[in-house]
Design a binder for this molecule. Structure first.
Ligand code: VG1
Ligand code: CO
Length: 560
């Protein structure tokens, strides 16, 4: 093949957000738009690093992915990349990409040096919805801010990109290697099975035999909803083939380009079918709900855990996994190195860390901040309130891992009574946890698609207001007399303990005397306008008060 230099001009707004560049498909399909971003990334990585590289290119299979894979293959060839690895049909979950970078060894002994992940995660897909792209590094984790800043700078000055335009399209539906020959030597594209490497990794972490026993217990029933995202490509292999769950326990497990028209976000609002099935919906079908239910987002890095008629908050979930990991999960048998959560996530994990005497870290929102801690051997388990949970087995959050972690805890706690009359349930485990550690009532409000300028002004006004605690308390007390006093306000700032880098303006916090907390921050994953998030939390240690409905418990903090 030959290398073409294509002249181009910059596009505005190609700034990677919390997790890559996300825009409407209509924006991405403009001529040169994707190409500019990919070339800006190659340039940021520097030609020396790109030449001879082994790149993984795949994603959640959303609309425009297949075209994007071919474009990136052609640009990789032209930029001197040695080989590109593609999951069959362009499908790889975000956690699987991370696993492939870290674990997969090519037939010739090659290892991946990085990846383009094609996803807009939990955002809807289809011709009128979102597409996204992000770059992951050699450790399997998202590019750090230093690199994404450089990529953004490059997008503002880009003048040309390199592409092997005539390269014939690679059939990504068939496993195998395609060889090409370019000016710098050979270039290969290898299409491989999307699930094998990931399944192998999961089997090395968990006791599959133990989980299998739980799933075959007559008292245990299971349900998994992939919301038509890429998790479906793994659910069948893991839950049905490896662990013996029934095929009928899988909902929406065929990956679709538009996620069946739905919003592939695993929460009580969007995972409607699962929520109904678990007995948490409005209709009462009369059918007894399963004991355990879970869902994933489009790229399968998020998870929602449900028990029968019971919702586990993500902040509780990570705390409970951390409290039970040693013992229940073989990977952690020699203990936890430390734990971490994102700032807006509730302090349930802090209490566990304190009681188990574990190293603890609070980082800004976004998984990229956990990577350094993990690489430095300081953190084993971490999580975010936004349905993200994971560990240092990879450098992304991992939806299926979280489900396997919960199944492991259930299997372990029930192991001596697995065929008995009554199993310990998800709800039992959560209530026992609250009884031991206290309960963090928690909720989050999202004000979506508001005017971007207005949202910025609102945040700026709040920063101004913060300078006077008296003024803040007058407003708070004026609204509700039954909440405690604000004793501190700040804008969260993080200094990475490993590389010393500083991230500022990560959210505005109002900390109350009784440990309650209000946090405001602007979302960094939307594709249009702005989204303001408000996180509300209240700690209750009194065992007689831990069983309340969370909306009711939080009402004083929520209602003006
Ligand atoms: C949201 C969540 C954040 C998460 C991010 C990516 O970001 O709040 O916790 O890491 O999405 O998740 P933001 O900036 O919109 O609040 V995913 O599943 O998109 O990779
Ligand atoms: Co996601």
């Amino acid at each position: 093949f030959e290398v073409m230099k294509v002249p181009t001009t910059p596009f505005e707004g190609q700034k990677p957000g919390t997790s890559g560049l996300r825009k409407k498909v209509k924006v991405f399909v403009q001529p040169h738009y994707l190409q500019n971003f990919v070339q800006a990334t190659f340039n940021a990585l520097t030609p020396e690093k790109v030449k001879g590289a082994t790149l993984v290119v795949s994603g959640d299979g959303r609309y425009f992915s297949k075209d994007a894979v071919q474009i990136i293959i052609k640009m990789s060839a032209a930029n001197g990349v040695r080989r590109v690895w593609v999951g069959q049909n362009g499908l790889l979950s975000t956690p699987a990409v991370s696993a492939v970078i870290r674990e997969r060894v090519g037939a010739d002994g090659s290892k991946a040096t990085g990846a383009f992940i094609l996803t807009a995660s939990h955002n809807p897909g289809g011709p009128n919805e979102d597409f996204g792209i992000k770059y992951n590094m050699e450790n399997g984790g998202p590019a750090p801010e230093a690199l994404t800043d450089k990529i953004f700078e490059n997008t503002k000055t880009i003048k040309e990109y390199l592409i092997a335009d005539e390269l014939r399209e690679v059939d990504i539906s068939t496993i195998g290697v395609t060889n090409f020959s370019g000016p710098d030597g050979p270039f290969d594209v290898e299409v491989f099975d999307s699930a094998s490497d990931y399944v192998k990794l999961m089997k090395s972490i968990f006791d599959f035999e133990l989980i299998r026993k739980l799933l075959s217990s007559p008292k245990f029933t299971f349900c998994y909803d992939a919301l038509h995202g890429v998790a479906g490509a793994y659910a069948n292999r893991i839950f049905v083939e490896e662990l013996g769950a029934q095929q009928s326990s899988l909902l929406n497990c065929t990956p679709k380009e538009d996620f069946g028209g739905g919003h592939p976000d695993p929460n009580l609002t969007y995972a409607k079918e699962l929520v109904e099935r678990m007995g948490l919906g409005k209709s009462n079908s009369g059918v007894e709900p399963p004991e355990f239910g879970a869902a994933a987002d489009g790229d399968a890095d998020r998870n929602m855990i449900l028990g029968k008629r019971f919702f586990v908050t993500p902040s509780d979930s990570v705390a409970i996994i951390a409290a039970n990991a040693v013992g229940a999960i073989p990977y952690f048998s020699s203990g936890l190195k430390g734990v971490a959560r994102s700032m807006p996530t509730s302090a349930a994990l802090d209490v566990v860390a304190k009681s188990l005497n574990l190293k603890f870290f609070e980082v800004p929102t976004g998984w990229k901040f956990f990577g350094n801690l993990m690489d430095a051997g300081q953190c084993s388990i971490c999580g975010e309130e936004s349905f993200g949970t994971g560990s240092d087995h990879i450098r992304e959050k991992d939806g299926i891992w979280a489900v396997l972690a919960w199944l492991s805890i259930l299997a372990y706690k029930n192991k001596d009574n697995i065929n008995g009359d009554k199993l310990l349930t998800v709800e039992d485990i959560v209530r026992q946890h609250w009884a031991t550690y206290g309960r963090h009532y928690y909720t989050r409000y999202d004000y979506e698609n508001v005017d971007a300028g207005g949202a910025k002004d609102l945040m700026a006004n709040m920063v101004k207001m913060m300078s006077s605690l008296d003024e803040v308390n007058t407003i708070v007390k004026g609204a509700r007399s039954d909440v405690s006093k604000v004793v501190n306000t700040d804008e969260f700032e993080y200094k990475d303990p490993v590389d010393g880098s500083v991230s500022k303006h990560q959210g505005i916090r109002f900390l109350f005397e009784d440990g309650s907390r209000l946090v405001f921050r602007l979302s960094g994953t939307g594709s249009e306008g702005a989204t303001i998030r408000l996180y509300i939390e209240q700690y209750e240690k009194d065992p007689s008060k831990i069983g309340r409905d969370s909306q009711e418990a939080l009402a004083p903090l929520v209602s003006p």
